[in-house]
Ligand binder design. Structure first.
Ligand code: NAD
Ligand code: UFG
Length: 342
């Protein structure tokens, strides 16, 4: 029986594929390549010695998705990464986000019902907490779900609700929501990493592309937040550490070790880091000076959020281990590797 990885050539998906292959899980990777490239499969092969089975498919294409599931009846579990993920882009183009993220999910759930596929790990996000009250930081899995700050965040809130309602109508289904904080860095081999198509939206790819000279300057969005240095605070987690949590989560479901029909875990480091601190960590670990400037806030951004990870630590036996400096260095090594290759 196989595990289907949607969005498997993407950033977090590809790192998870490597960890799953190491764990001897049998996989199918599905992606429409809207934000990734098939070359990722070569990187996965270089690391693991295996090139997993890949299918190019758009999950919003209901007929093609149904045909795929009709033709692949050996799937027992799904890790659903496929989605659009840029907060600011979702503010500019909300319908693109609602359409892609929600229709994809509904097509997956329809086929889980139809084909009796019982196990789902869903890529959720700390954006579901909206802007937590100061006295509610760090956020636990039970922190209030406040109004989302962006259409993207709203798609994650709605997605969780859609899954919960689907589970409530079909008691055979089980799900784990992994609420990621801010994944950064690359595999230590530098054979895979974060490679957004076009101008990066996320902080760390923008940092590394500025450092290597592709971008002139990093804009730091907002220096007037109510934080110690005025810049926004996030919980930056190493992507390989994050990927390892997926191996635990999917096998927990497959082996019926879950404690309730759906479970929620925060995946972060437990530490809040400001944008300026992130830049300093990059400069310290790489010895590269970064050209940056503080500019206006970015629409849709929240001020600060970081995770209480004690539930994931105790219940999954999982902990983020890699330091921020080592993670920044891995992102830099990846950037240098990918530019030299081209
Ligand atoms: P990514 O863009 O690198 O990967 C997503 C992949 O899904 C891409 O390869 C893209 O081509 C594919 N995809 C998108 N729409 C699709 C569709 N309709 N059909 C098939 N494939 C489709 O992003 P990522 O950083 O790896 O994020 C993976 C998941 O984690 C997403 O659901 C994202 O919302 C969530 N998440 C990401 C972060 C983050 O900071 N990276 C944080 C929290 C949650
Ligand atoms: N930032 C800059 N300059 C940039 C890019 C980002 O200052 O060029 C700042 C942002 O304003 C924010 C911080 O760096 O304060 C992190 O921004 P990212 O875009 O890297 O990450 P976000 O927190 O906005 O969102 C990311 C993912 C979402 C996910 C969320 C979880 O894109 O999918 O993390 O926190 F849900």
């Amino acid at each position: 029986m196989k595990v289907l990885i949607t969005g498997g050539t993407g950033y977090i998906g590809s790192h998870t594929v490597v960890e799953l292959i190491d764990n001897k899980n049998d996989l199918i990777i599905l992606d429409n390549l809207s934000n990734s490239s098939v070359d990722v499969l070569d990187g996965i092969k270089k690391i693991t010695g295996k090139k997993p089975y890949f299918i190019k498919l758009d999950l919003t294409d209901t007929k093609a998705t149904n045909d795929f599931f009709d033709n692949n009846t050996d799937i027992e579990a799904i890790i659903h990464f496929a989605a659009y993920k840029a907060v600011n882009e979702s503010v500019e183009n909300p319908l693109m986000y609602y359409k892609n993220n929600l229709i994809s999910l509904m097509n997956i759930l329809t086929n889980m019902n139809k084909h009796d596929i019982r196990n789902l790990v869903f890529s959720s996000s700390c954006t579901v907490y909206g802007q937590p009250d100061k006295n509610n930081l760090p956020v636990t899995e039970n922190s209030p779900i406040k109004k989302a700050n962006s259409p993207y965040g709203n798609t994650k809130q709605i997605s969780e609700d859609i899954i919960i309602d689907t589970l409530s109508a079909n008691k055979n289904l089980k799900a784990i929501f992994l609420r990621y904080f801010n994944p950064i860095g690359a595999h230590k081999s530098s054979f895979i990493g974060e490679l957004p198509l076009g101008v990066p939206n996320n902080l760390v790819p923008f940092i590394t592309q500025t450092a290597i000279g592709i971008r002139k300057q990093l804009n730091v969005f907002g220096g007037d937040y109510n934080t110690p240095d005025g810049t926004a605070i996030r919980d930056y987690i190493n992507v390989v550490d994050l990927a390892k949590a997926h191996v635990i989560a999917i096998n927990r479901l497959i082996n019926n070790k879950n404690k309730s029909q759906y479970e929620i875990f925060n995946l972060g480091t437990g530490k809040g880091v400001s944008v300026l601190e992130a830049i300093k960590a990059f400069e310290k670990s790489t010895k590269v000076k970064l050209n940056y400037k503080i500019v206006d806030r970015r629409p849709g951004d929240i001020e600060q959020v970081w995770a209480d990870t004690s539930y994931a630590n105790s219940e999954l036996g999982w902990k983020a281990e890699t330091s921020l400096e080592d993670t920044m260095l891995s992102a830099w090594n990846w950037e240098k590797y990918i530019r030299n290759k081209k």
